[in-house]
Design a binder for this molecule. Structure first.
Ligand code: ADP
Length: 200
């Protein structure tokens, strides 16, 4: 950022100035994401688990509206099927999980597809709540599938990520005594499945 600011200060060409501003915006977006993730990480580590009634639809809708200005999100249709709404859980941790999965589904949408879609489903299975995030984005290569939950793993280093998000999601799901798994095919899309207890 400092280098870019210096370049901008000495530049007069409006096209170059526009370029530098775009680079600064990208850079700040990445820094913002990194800071948010570090905060989530420490919150998840330090705070006790809460057990209260949570409206999943409310958390999901809040997350959708928080992401509406994220780059690329305007072209994506987001649908929901909420067959289970109220559960007893930790609202903060659910927020961390839902925000990260939605943000990835938007970030890794496939620019070559005309109809970009994300489907969010919640339903009950025995004493558990299942949350599914399905996208028709770029998908994940087979040999990366079992690495995406590792700390700092990024499939494509030129891409926009920090490699923290899914690590934090996995830790957070673990705190809720749940499980997470992924099904994905490169070029077709991905589905993240989270299973947590309905009563904390
Ligand atoms: P990042 O900050 O890189 O997004 P994550 O830990 O959230 O870090 O994700 C790790 C890697 O998993 C990403 O770099 C990306 O390659 C892949 N990934 C995560 N979610 C998706 C998705 N919905 N579609 C395709 N790839 C994904």
């Amino acid at each position: 950022m400092k280098g870019l600011i210096e370049l901008t200060a000495n530049e007069r060409d409006p096209v170059m100035l526009r370029n530098y501003l775009d680079l600064m915006m990208n850079n700040l977006n990445k820094q913002e994401e990194f800071i948010k993730e570090i905060i989530n990480f420490s919150r998840n580590k330090k705070t006790e688990i809460q057990r209260e009634l949570v409206n999943l639809s409310k958390v999901i809708n809040q997350s959708i509206s928080q992401h509406q200005y994220m780059s690329g999100s305007a072209d994506i249709r987001i649908d929901q099927e909420i067959d289970l709404d109220v559960i007893q859980s930790d609202p903060l941790r659910l927020e961390i999980i839902i925000n990260n999965l939605l943000s990835n589904a938007i970030k890794y949408s496939d620019p070559t597809k005309d109809k970009k879609q994300i489907m969010i489903k919640t339903f009950k299975k025995g004493h558990h709540c299942v949350l599914e995030f399905t996208d028709n984005g770029i998908g994940i290569k087979k040999d990366h599938l079992n690495r995406i939950f590792e700390l700092f793993f990024v499939a494509d280093p030129d891409h926009k990520g920090t490699g923290l998000g899914l690590y934090i999601v996995k830790e957070t799901v673990g705190k809720l005594k749940g499980t997470i798994r992924v099904e994905s095919e490169r070029g077709l899309g991905s589905k993240f499945i989270i299973i947590i207890p309905v009563d904390g």
